[in-house]
Every structure is written in structure tokens, then in C-alpha cells.
Design a protein around this ligand. Structure first.
Ligand SMILES: *[C@@H]1O[C@H](CO)[C@@H](O)[C@H](O)[C@H]1NC(C)=O
Ligand SMILES: *[C@@H]1O[C@H](CO)[C@@H](O)[C@H](O)[C@H]1NC(C)=O
Ligand SMILES: *[C@@H]1O[C@H](CO)[C@@H](O)[C@H](O)[C@H]1NC(C)=O
Ligand SMILES: *[C@@H]1O[C@H](CO)[C@@H](O)[C@H](O)[C@H]1NC(C)=O
Length: 271
């Protein structure tokens, strides 16, 4: 599967896994693509210089794809102690990766299209303030910026539940894997809970929010939840027909994807 695939609409780059690192800068671990061990870092920090990826990011953007930065991840040890700290961090993310004018730019000339929150530890403190501050920078900017989240499928999500109730997100890439509510249990109505997410969506701060079915891109990409492409395709078709909030399919992750893509509207995390 090539990342240039025309069925891919958005690519969250995963992950910004350290919020508060050495030298007052965050850090990135993009697995084989760029990480602080194999790649040069900005002086006095553990933030890798991933500017070699700038041209690829800009090529994807020129093809109409949204390229965002995903914060957190399963191994991320992160979080905020206050709303004020979260707002300051949002200012820093804006300057490093988005429309800000910082001089430290880990993706060189590329201006990413937004942020994704994949928060799987710590607490919910500050995330709503973080999103609000990113939105405030984005208001009046020269292009749109997107805020998405990747909650796990049990509803409500332990970390993002109160955050998505408080501030509007553009889309949620719900992780329907590694859990009882995974796509592999689609046939068990008491487990498969897309309907709960759909009901929530309609009364959430952004009632137009789109909910994506997040699924493993390969058998090795998750502990459980993998279904083959044909099965996932038919689940997506049935879900699209039944729930107006359905946005498409998210696959975790591109670096492990095997075989063809089955997405009509597809989000692929790239690690
Ligand atoms: C990061 O380092 C790896 C290993 O040396 C290399 O293959 C990769 O191209 C580097 N990435 C960037 C963005 O410089
Ligand atoms: C980051 O790497 C690029 C080459 O990939 C280089 O031109 C640039 O000077 C580096 N930036 C810093 C701050 O070291
Ligand atoms: C960066 O942008 C801020 C806010 O717009 C502005 O106050 C500041 O002067 C700019 N800095 C540079 C170096 O352009
Ligand atoms: C359609 O939605 C209803 C209400 O949530 C649910 O009971 C039913 O199982 C859904 N059917 C499909 C195919 O998703």
C-alpha cells in the first residue's frame, strides 16, 4: 500500500510522544521514519529534525490530503497540570508544526494541517483548553486547521470523554480494536457500540462531527480486532447506511499495512 493512494484522505503522523522534554521542547517518535535515536536532534533537546520529510508531506498536501500530527500514543507518558500549561503548550505546537512563525520547525517548510489527540494515559486535565487555544490560533489563518481524536471504543473514553464533551472536534477516529467493542465483534450487538458514538455525536459540541471506524491495518498492528478487508468493507457499508455520523475508515498503521486498501474515505496513521 502506498501512502500516495488516492483513497487516503488524511494522514495523522504518529506520534508526538513526549510533551515536555529536554530543553523545553517536545519529542517525536515516528518509528523508522524519524526518531531521536537515529536522527539528528535540535541542539539541547530530544526533538528530532525530521525536515527530510517536508517534501513528502507537501506532496501529500498538494494531492489534497490532510496531514496532521498525532499527540500521545499508547506509550506516551504525558499530560497537563493546568489549563494554563496546556494553553502554553498549544502555542508551542502552533509555532513548531502549524501556522506559527517559530524558528524551530521539525518538519522544515511543511505546515501541518492540524492535530490529533490519541491520549491513552495521564488525565483529562487541560486538553479542552489545549484544543480551544489551537482553534483560537487557527481562526483567521490562511488555511483550515483540523482537530481530531482517537478514543478507544469503550464509551465514554477514559481520557478523552470529558474533553470531547467540552469542545468541538472535527472527527473521531475511534479505535475499534484491542477491546470487546472491536470490529471483530461486529456481529455481537451488545459489544459493537458504534450506535453509542453516533448518538453522542448528534448532541456533542460539534453535531456535524464525523465518526470513523478505526481498525488494524494488519494482523500485527493490534492485539485483537483485525478483520479482513472484505469484512471491514461490508461493515463500513452497513454502518454508513445506518448512521449519519459515519465518516469513513481509519487504519492503524500504514507502516504495517498489508494488502490493498478498502476505504472510500480513509484515514491512515503513519508511524
Ligand atoms: C532518520 O534516520 C533513519 C535511520 O538512519 C533514516 O533512515 C531516515 O531517513 C531518517 N529520517 C529523517 C527524516 O531524516
Ligand atoms: C535539519 O536538517 C536539514 C537537512 O535535512 C538541515 O538543512 C537543517 O539545517 C537542520 N536544522 C537544524 C536546526 O539542524
Ligand atoms: C510571530 O508572530 C507573532 C504573532 O503574530 C508576532 O507577534 C511576532 O512578531 C512574530 N515573530 C516573528 C519573528 O515574525
Ligand atoms: C442500526 O442502528 C440501530 C440503532 O442503533 C441498531 O439497533 C442496528 O443494529 C443498526 N444496524 C446496523 C446494520 O448497524
Amino acid at each position: 500500500m502506498a501512502i500516495q493512494d488516492s483513497t487516503i484522505d488524511a494522514i495523522p503522523i504518529a506520534f508526538l510522544d513526549v510533551f515536555f522534554g529536554t530543553g523545553g521542547l517536545p519529542s517525536l517518535n515516528l518509528a523508522n521514519s524519524c526518531n531521536p535515536t537515529d536522527n539528528a536532534t535540535f541542539a539541547g533537546s530530544e526533538l528530532p529534525n525530521c525536515s527530510a520529510l517536508a517534501a513528502d508531506i507537501q506532496t501529500c498536501q498538494a494531492a489534497g490530503k490532510i496531514v496532521t500530527l498525532s499527540l500521545g500514543g499508547a506509550t506516551g507518558a504525558n499530560g497537563f497540570t493546568s489549563d494554563a500549561q496546556a494553553q502554553t503548550f498549544a502555542d508551542q505546537i502552533w509555532d513548531l508544526f502549524l501556522g506559527g512563525n517559530g524558528t524551530t520547525r521539525p518538519f522544515g517548510a511543511a505546515v501541518l494541517d492540524g492535530v490529533d489527540l490519541d491520549i491513552e494515559g495521564g488525565s483529562s486535565t487541560g486538553y479542552a483548553a489545549f484544543v480551544t487555544q489551537i482553534r483560537s490560533h487557527a481562526t483567521g489563518a490562511s488555511k483550515p486547521y483540523y482537530v481530531t481524536g482517537a478514543p478507544q471504543c469503550p464509551f465514554p473514553d477514559a481520557y478523552l470523554g470529558s474533553v470531547i464533551d467540552a469542545v468541538g472536534f472535527d472527527a473521531l477516529y475511534v479505535q475499534f480494536y484491542n477491546n470487546y467493542c472491536g470490529v471483530n465483534n461486529y456481529g455481537t450487538p451488545s459489544d459493537w457500540d458504534f450506535g453509542l458514538w453516533d448518538s453522542w455525536a448528534k448532541t456533542s459540541p460539534n453535531p456535524d462531527i464525523k465518526i470513523y471506524i478505526g481498525a488494524p491495518a494488519s494482523t500485527s498492528a493490534a492485539t485483537s480486532g483485525y478483520v479482513d478487508a472484505a469484512t471491514l468493507g461490508s461493515i463500513a457499508t452497513a454502518t454508513a447506511a445506518n448512521y449519519t455520523s459515519f465518516g469513513g475508515i481509519m487504519l492503524w498503521d500504514a507502516s504495517q499495512a498489508a494488502g490493498g486498501l478498502i476505504c472510500n474515505v480513509c484515514i491512515v496513521y503513519h508511524h
